[in-house]
Design a protein around this ligand. Structure first.
Ligand SMILES: *[C@@H]1O[C@H](CO)[C@@H](O)[C@H](O)[C@H]1NC(C)=O
Ligand SMILES: *[C@@H]1O[C@H](CO)[C@@H](O)[C@H](O)[C@H]1NC(C)=O
Ligand SMILES: *[C@@H]1O[C@H](CO)[C@@H](O)[C@H](O)[C@H]1NC(C)=O
Ligand SMILES: *[C@@H]1O[C@H](CO)[C@@H](O)[C@H](O)[C@H]1NC(C)=O
Ligand SMILES: *[C@@H]1O[C@H](CO)[C@@H](O)[C@H](O)[C@H]1NC(C)=O
Ligand SMILES: *[C@@H]1O[C@H](CO)[C@@H](O)[C@H](O)[C@H]1NC(C)=O
Ligand SMILES: [Fe+2]
Length: 458
């Protein structure tokens, strides 16, 4: 289809918006999604004896002045010392990592290092070096500006990435996007190692090496998905999340959470709450009690943008995982409306979807009021599970498109959220078939606390 015809269809579709949602008319060849073989370039082991690999960073404290650096050595534990310094300065500081290993059926992990660096300067470029004594490697990151209401900041959004050829295209598009994301909000389902016989954990290692080219240089904020559970009693693996929790740490204690699967961070002008679709969330559970205390703590004068990440979407209109998020929605949606959450990002469904601002919280068993209604205090729900994993695209959609669904398209891609100030954030979704700069869906979001106007495309 020519770009011109595409544009015409796009405009026709925009006209449709008033009557309900838009199902994109973008036409692609749906091809099988295939994992990159073990000997692919992106999985190469870095050269040198015991060289650190799978290097990745995440936020290490509540405000972004801490970083958790993680890496794996294969031959022996090696040094647990990390060196770090501010770019163009001579003062080198040291921090120490804790080392862990785990076994999974007949797999034994390498030596997994986790090192938290604290009390960093805001908005500053730091270098860090790991693998001392054997094969040192040096990386860098930039800390975010100090938390504040009008601090601009750009997030990338990726979900359900996996390690297929399409996953590699998604990551490349994120890296090459002229809108430069500074931190990835990752909505769960990392390696898909569990799709291999006995959950072949070597695929957790290849995934770590694959994403290092981004995750060693900017934090990825982790959400747990169903592919992190790795529960396989048939082979004696009965501890859920074993590989995930050994490999990917989160700063959950800093927000008084009692488990790594739900926690919050502040970063620039955003307050980000990460929830777990696969941990108990009913009344009286640890996650419920935590969230109940957490939401009233958010100070919108300090962090205007309230963003929630989870894996299973609440407002999904594909015939995949349909209504899987429903029980959690019933528990927490009234709070999301009460506390005016701006945006909710989820994955799980391997496609893209953006909702209207809707809520469905009036039902009380006897009143029969159980349909989503337009609600300007409600978040926009975005499904961004389109990272490109081996399970392929979710192409089968419910028909007709429900009113809560504003835009949907079954293509792989990623998104960026460019927060400008306390009132405005520019959001864009990019499909992998287009050039790096092309925006296939875009929106100016207005903040629910400071500027409860309609969101708009211009
Ligand atoms: C683990 O078991 C599988 C299947 O039995 C086998 O193919 C594989 O070589 C084993 N791996 C190790 C490290 O022993
Ligand atoms: C992955 O993408 C990078 C470019 O971003 C490319 O250099 C590399 O060859 C790709 N690898 C595979 C296996 O597709
Ligand atoms: C965590 O709980 C402690 C004790 O109740 C409290 O002093 C502290 O302020 C809490 N921290 C956060 C980030 O909520
Ligand atoms: C909220 O944040 C603002 C700006 O940082 C601060 O002045 C105010 O005291 C905070 N409010 C509360 C209740 O902590
Ligand atoms: C799409 O999903 C519906 C509902 O699950 C199912 O009945 C239908 O057969 C599916 N269509 C295709 C083409 O797979
Ligand atoms: C916030 O950003 C928007 C978009 O860039 C701009 O139009 C608006 O004037 C800004 N508001 C303030 C108070 O600077
Ligand atoms: Fe999933």
């Amino acid at each position: 289809m020519s770009r011109f015809l595409g544009l015409v269809l796009f405009l026709l579709n925009v006209a449709d918006l008033c009557n309900g949602g838009v199902t994109s008319s973008f036409v692609r060849k749906v091809e099988k999604t295939i994992d990159m073989p073990l000997d692919s370039d992106v999985f190469e082991v870095p050269p040198g004896y015991n060289a650190p690999q799978q290097v990745h960073i995440t936020q290490g404290d509540d405000v972004g002045m801490g970083v958790i650096v993680s890496w794996v050595t294969m031959e022996e534990p090696g040094s647990n010392t990390l060196l770090y310094w501010i770019a163009n300065t001579k003062l080198i500081r040291k921090a120490r990592a804790k080392i862990t290993t785990y076994k999974f059926y007949n797999y034994t992990s390498g030596y997994i290092h986790h090192c938290t660096i604290n009390d960093l300067e805001p908005d500053t470029k730091y270098y860090y070096e790991v693998g001392l004594g054997h094969s040192p490697r040096t990386f860098w990151f930039v800390t975010p500006p100090a938390v504040g209401p009008d601090v601009p900041y750009t997030f990338g959004l990726i979900g359900d990435l996996g390690q297929s050829y399409d996953s590699n295209v998604t990551l490349t598009h994120y890296e090459q996007n002229p809108t430069k994301g500074k931190t990835v909000l990752f909505v769960g389902d990392l390696s898909y190692a569990d799709q291999y016989p006995d959950h072949d954990n070597r695929r957790w290692d290849t995934w770590g090496r694959f994403v290092e080219r981004s995750a060693a240089y900017q934090p990825w904020i982790w959400t747990a998905g169903n592919h992190e559970i790795d529960f396989v009693p048939e082979i004696g693996e009965t501890k859920p999340f074993k590989p995930y929790t050994h490999r990917y740490h989160t700063p959950y204690r800093r927000s008084n959470s009692t488990a790594p699967f739900w926690y919050s961070i502040k970063r620039a002008s955003a307050y980000i709450i990460v929830l777990s679709s696969y941990s108990a969330y009913g009344k009286y559970t640890p996650q419920f009690k935590w969230l109940e205390k957490e939401l009233p703590k958010v100070n919108r004068s300090e962090t205007p943008w309230l963003i929630v990440l989870m894996h299973a979407p609440w407002y999904n209109s594909y015939n995949y995982h349909y209504m899987e998020g429903e029980t959690m929605r019933v528990m927490y949606e009234p709070w999301f409306v009460q506390y005016k959450v701006d945006l909710v990002f989820a994955g799980h469904v391997h496609a893209y979807e953006r909702s209207e601002r809707v809520s469905n919280i009036a039902y009380n068993i006897v009143n029969g009021i159980c349909s989503p209604i337009s609600d300007q205090s409600a978040p926009v729900y975005i499904t961004i599970g389109d990272g490109g994993n081996l399970e392929g695209l979710a192409t089968n959609m419910t028909d007709p498109q429900p009113k809560y669904s504003a835009f949907r398209e079954a293509s792989f891609g990623h998104a960026t959220l460019d927060i400008k100030n306390r009132t405005h954030a520019y959001y864009a979704w990019h499909r992998n078939q287009d050039g790096y700069a092309v925006e296939a869906d875009r929106m100016w979001f207005s903040n629910r606390y400071w500027h409860q106007g309609e969101d708009s495309t211009t």
